[in-house]
Design a protein around this ligand. Structure first.
Ligand SMILES: CC(C)(COP(=O)(O)OP(=O)(O)OC[C@H]1O[C@@H](n2cnc3c(N)ncnc32)[C@H](O)[C@@H]1OP(=O)(O)O)[C@@H](O)C(=O)NCCC(=O)NCCS
Length: 206
């Protein structure tokens, strides 16, 4: 275990991050029913933008395996998976993950997200990403957060631009999405953007 982890959250519960009307917390087994129902109901909305779902993906057993993987990632400082909830009634809205944490000379991670179809386009993920940025730069003390999306994923592009990510490039056949290797746009936000030390994207637009 790395030295800074105790400040990130208990290893049993993982970190919780508060946002504006939303909060992010590490998934637990108690989330299984709500998560599987939301994912099932959102399948056709999410499938074009995600890797192919394993056939047993929505089973309790697969969810248990997923949680074990999450706990190992948190313990080893490799990733920080979150579910996004509405504050007040604690409704599960979607998920946001920080993966591929690279320490050493990179100090970087990769952002991923999904929103349940009934909750999409209501500003929730904008709030989720805004909430997680201080966690990335100030709690985890990373220097860079990266994200990639398909060039026709307008919602994802708008989300990244709104939250201060800068488009940096284009990667051919970058990820296997919905069963096909597909080109992606590459975005990132660096610590200097977060601190307001750079021109473009110094602060996320409100
Ligand atoms: C991408 C995604 C997570 C965004 O979550 P969200 O909660 O709907 O996003 P927000 O409501 O905070 O909106 C962010 C921006 O996207 C826009 N947007 C949201 N849905 C949109 C849609 N279907 N078409 C066009 N723009 C859309 C919003 O209007 C907003 O931009 P604006 O305020 O400048 O108009 C969600 O649309 C989703 O899960 N999509 C399917 C899966 C996916 O794309 N995953 C990411 C792969 S990279």
């Amino acid at each position: 275990m790395v030295a800074f982890l105790p400040s990130v959250g208990s290893l049993d519960t993982g970190p919780t991050v508060k946002g504006d009307g939303v909060f992010l917390r590490t998934p637990t087994m108690n989330d299984f029913r709500e998560w599987s129902e939301l994912r099932a109901e959102s399948r056709s909305f999410l499938a074009p933008w995600e890797p192919i779902w394993p056939s047993d993906d929505l089973t309790r057993q697969a969810f248990r395996r997923r949680l074990k993987r999450y706990q190992r990632e948190i313990r080893e400082d490799l990733g920080y998976p979150f579910f996004l909830f509405r504050a007040g009634d604690n409704t599960l809205l979607g998920g946001l993950t920080l993966t591929h944490v690279r320490r050493g000379v990179a100090q970087a991670c990769t952002l991923g997200y999904w929103m349940g179809a009934p909750h999409a386009d209501r500003g929730h993920m904008t709030k989720g990403v805004r909430a997680v940025l201080p966690f990335v730069f100030e709690t985890l003390k990373l220097h860079r957060i990266e994200a990639a999306c398909l060039s026709h994923n307008i919602a994802s592009i708008k989300l990244l631009e709104k939250t201060g990510f800068i488009r940096e490039g284009y990667a051919r056949n970058y990820l296997c999405i919905n069963g096909r290797w597909q080109d992606h746009l590459l975005f990132a936000r660096v610590l200097e953007d977060h601190l307001g030390l750079t021109g473009d994207g110094a602060a996320p637009a409100s």
